[in-house]
Ligand binder design. Sequence first.
Ligand SMILES: C[S@@+](CC[C@H](N)C(=O)[O-])C[C@H]1O[C@@H](n2cnc3c(N)ncnc32)[C@H](O)[C@@H]1O
Length: 247
Amino acid sequence: MPRSEPAEEEGNLPHVIEKTADPAGVRSPAARLAESRGRPSCMCLDVLGPPRAQRDEVPPPPEQPPLAALPSGWLSHEAAPLELDFGCHRGIFLIGMARQHPGSNFLGIERQPARVARCLAKIGRLAIANAHAVAGEGASSLRGLVPAASVSVLHVSFPDPWPKRRHAQRRLVDAEFLDEARRILRPGGSLRLMTDDAPYFATMCSLTSSGWQEIDWDDGRDYVRTSFEKRFLEQGMLPFRRALQPL
Ligand SMILES: C[S@@+](CC[C@H](N)C(=O)[O-])C[C@H]1O[C@@H](n2cnc3c(N)ncnc32)[C@H](O)[C@@H]1O
């Protein structure tokens, strides 16, 4: 099962992760591993949990409403740069970025309609003109919604890791998704991938080892932290990150 949202998964760390840098105060992978052995882990809970067949059942994705159109004018020639937050959850990053960067438009795509509704309600409440959210599922939502060469930055932060090998084909970032990312990015546009899951990150690196070039993660802009990023940082863990441009 993918992880639940932060508030619902307290004390239930999904994985031991490696770190990409070593600032003071960040615990080493070995320390984290030792620590994880001293408390109930996901694996322990799995052992104590329901029978395997039941555990492996994956709920179907929520029924998706038809893809909604983007706000009018967002795709015109004179439109502000468009950034996509794929899997925007409750909109912390989406809305934070829109407020911080009023010169760009921010579109969240999210498979859970209730979360989309929550984002839209907040966007409406705060009267933010440069943020919007739509329901969409995986690469097909990009195909149905986002024209070619229209996106400046595609953010994919903490996509569900599906850590069991037999579930790996359910991961969002795969060859099909990357083809869509390549199609929708403008010349000079970038894809920013972030995850806490080492095997998933290795797959992301392998899938982008040709046809993409890695660029500096730090591009001089201020980035709002996503909900999951905040949570992992608070626990002393650094996510894996990769910024890429299509070749
Ligand atoms: C682990 S959460 C990360 C949320 C947020 N990006 C962050 O970093 O805090 C993953 C989010 O992606 C959404 N999601 C998962 N698979 C998806 C898919 N195939 N298409 C669209 N959204 C998806 C989930 O519903 C969830 O809100």
